[in-house]
Design a protein around this ligand. Structure first.
Ligand code: FMN
Length: 189
């Protein structure tokens, strides 16, 4: 399939089969990420793979977060935890902050977004489903996640990628996709 067709067919996949993702495939995704464009070759990405025992610790952390945030919504807590428990692997992706250089730091974030998109497309080629999460149990903006990955200095979390083999439900949902025409978003000057 052409690159343009692949771009159009990429979808956020949020429902996964009960099947482990092979480390070789995770490594292929990480390798694909490192070929993303980046300003001055700073290669500003960092990856934290969460699976196995680490995933259990993540679930416990998310439970604390959910209890704190939604104390009166047990159903929401339950459904959010289910999402975590049924996701085989997570990759938290960070961008390097350049101390004292806001512009370089912002460019680093852009480069990491490109890297994540590459991983998203590569996942599809590998038969995997992926969604980039920032909200809720993605915990991208929560200090707990920074602690969880070892409180690295000068790194900003850009995304938490939820990854697994898509289940039938995911494939059904993935069919619906609509986009506003570029014509409504474009001014030719
Ligand atoms: C920066 C960013 C943050 C996102 N955060 C979430 C999220 O927290 N939860 C979620 O379910 N999807 C999240 N998504 C996925 C979008 O909801 C999804 O890409 C959008 O609905 C379009 O669907 P498609 O990716 O299948 O084209 C995020 C996507 C991006 C790019």
């Amino acid at each position: 399939m052409s690159i343009i067709a692949e771009i159009k067919n990429r979808r956020a996949i949020r429902d996964y089969a009960e099947r482990e993702v092979e480390d070789e495939k995770i490594k292929t995704l990480l390798e694909a990420a490192t070929w993303a464009p980046n300003d001055r070759m700073r290669e500003p990405w960092g990856f934290f793979v969460i699976k196995g025992k680490a995933k259990k610790r993540y679930e416990a952390m998310a439970y604390d977060y959910l209890q704190e945030r939604f104390p009166t919504k047990p159903h929401l807590i339950e459904s959010s935890l289910k999402v975590l428990k049924t996701t085989p692997v997570h990759i938290v992706v960070t961008a390097d902050i350049v101390p004292g250089d806001e512009e370089a730091s912002i460019d680093n974030e852009y480069a990491v977004c490109c890297a994540i998109h590459s991983m998203w497309l590569a996942a599809k080629e590998l038969g995997l489903g992926l969604v980039w999460r920032t909200r809720g149990v993605g915990l991208v903006r929560d200090n707990r996640m920074y602690e969880f990955i070892g409180a690295p200095e000068n790194k900003k979390i850009i995304g938490n990628l939820f990854i697994g083999y898509p289940d039938d439900e995911a494939l059904k949902k993935a069919k619906a996709h609509v986009r506003t025409s570029f014509e409504e978003k474009t001014i030719w000057l």
